[in-house]
Structures are given as C-alpha cells and as structure tokens.
Design a binder for this molecule. Structure first.
Ligand SMILES: NC(=O)c1ccc[n+]([C@@H]2O[C@H](COP(=O)([O-])OP(=O)(O)OC[C@H]3O[C@@H](n4cnc5c(N)ncnc54)[C@H](OP(=O)(O)O)[C@@H]3O)[C@@H](O)[C@H]2O)c1
Length: 217
C-alpha cells in the first residue's frame, strides 16, 4: 500500500490515480478528512476501482510501504514532523517537493525531519501534474530517482514503473536531488514559453532494457 500526502492537490491526485489504475492500494492523505475522502471517491470513479481511500495525514502514514510527500515546500517540515512518529521503520518516504527558493534541497530536508535512519528518496520532480492526471494517456517521460539507500530506491522505482509510460532513472545519491528540484524550475519556464503545462524530461541514448535492469540487481 502507498500513501500520497497532499493527494488532494494537483500532482498527488494524478499520482494516486495512476497508481490506483495500476492496481496499487492507495491512501490519500490530507490535513482535512473530508478533502481526503472526496479525492479518494473521485479517483475510485475515475479509475473504476475500489482500491483508494482517504484519511488525515497521520492515519494515512500508518502501515504503508511507501509514503509520497506531495505538498508545497512551505508545508514540508511541519507535515514530516507530524507523521514521523507513525511511520514504520521499513516505510520509504518519497519527496516530490520542489522548493522555489534558493539553496535548499527538499529531499534532504525531508530526511532531516523524519525519524533518524528513515529511508528517504525523491522522485517525480519533472513530471507534470496535468500529464499524470490524464490517465487516458501514457506519461511517456523519465523521472530521476535520488537516494542513498539502494533497496529504498528500487522499491520506489518498481512502484513508479507501474505508472504507464513512466521510466524511473537512477539519479544517484539524495544530495543530487537538489539538481532535479532545480531542473523543474527550468521546465516551468519552458511550459510558459510554449503555452503548455506538460513539458517533461527524457534521457536519450539510454536503452530501456539497461534502465530496467538496474532496478532488478
Ligand atoms: N504541480 C506539478 O506539476 C508538480 C510537478 C512536480 C513537482 N511538484 C511539486 O509537488 C508538490 C505538490 O505540488 P501540487 O502542485 O500538487 O501542490 P498543491 O496542489 O498546491 O498542494 C498539494 C496539497 O498539499 C496540501 N497543502 C497545501 N499547503 C500545505 C501546507 N502548508 N502544509 C501541508 N500541506 C499543504 C494540500 O492538501 P490538504 O489541504 O488536503 O492537506 C494540497 O492539496 C509541490 O512541492 C510541487 O512543487 C508539482
């Protein structure tokens, strides 16, 4: 089971819908129970499955293998501290957060604010919410996955591989996440210049087979 905190918002909703469509059990987390329940119901209708429910963030954090933090940077520390006591030791925290301020790394910030030794990776920075939300089309994009714990990265990569057309590429250690986070700021500019909302990233000359193999080792 995966939790998506902030699954009531743009990116988290699309991610939760994609995972649910792929058959993953998903819990949407929100600061307000009603919002979580409403978003979960919308996704159940959208994907025609019964594998999504809503809960307040701290309840959503319990008993999940992977927990996505899909909230604005400004709320990240507070939400990480709130849910930290409810996480299992094996739960992997995933930051999707992009800070629009200088010289910070949201993924490292998440790691500092969960319990000591918590497994943290980051991903999805360059995948747009509008692309994820249109579940009728494959995403056809790469996403870098950053992290220091190989098994945690593998777990998240193998989960994200279930999103149709999404190819997780190993981005190296967690400290590299700041570059992935920064890159999104360029993509926002590209979107504006071309009048779209779905510009993404593809690493060329990297065979699918080679990329997939890395997550099997
Ligand atoms: N949108 C994109 O295309 C995109 C792409 C890549 C990465 N990202 C990053 O992904 C994260 C989520 O993006 P988004 O566009 O989905 O954001 P969003 O819609 O503005 O917010 C997501 C959810 O976060 C919760 N939230 C809002 N303010 C909060 C706060 N101060 N503390 C705790 N929770 C708060 C809200 O849920 P409740 O009110 O229900 O708690 C909201 O529905 C951001 O860090 C963003 O930079 C976004």
């Amino acid at each position: 089971m995966a939790a998506v905190l902030g699954g009531t918002g743009d990116l988290g909703f699309g991610l939760a819908a994609r995972l649910a469509k792929a058959g993953v059990d998903v819990v949407i987390g929100s600061r307000k129970l009603e919002r979580a329940v409403e978003a979960a119901e919308k996704i159940r209708t959208l994907v025609g499955r019964d594998n999504v429910h809503g809960a307040v963030n701290r309840d959503a954090a319990k008993d999940v293998e992977v927990i996505f933090f899909s909230v604005p940077y400004e709320g990240l520390v507070e939400i990480a501290r709130e849910v930290a006591p409810f996480l299992q030791q094996s739960t992997v925290g995933v930051s999707c957060v992009v800070p629009f301020v200088e010289d910070v790394c949201a993924a490292e910030m998440l790691a500092e604010n969960l319990q000591p030794g918590a497994k943290v990776v980051s991903a999805l920075h360059t995948v747009s919410a509008s692309l994820l939300s249109d579940i009728s089309k494959p995403v056809n994009s790469d996403t870098f996955i950053f992290g220091d714990d190989r098994d945690a990265k593998k777990k998240v990569a193998n989960l994200l591989k279930l999103v149709e057309g999404l190819r997780p590429v190993d981005g190296g250690p967690l400290k590299n996440s700041r570059y992935g986070e920064l890159f999104t700021r360029f993509l926002v500019g590209v979107n504006k210049r071309y009048g779209v909302s779905w510009a993404g990233l593809r690493v060329t000359w990297l065979d699918d087979e080679v990329v997939a193999k890395r997550w099997e080792l």
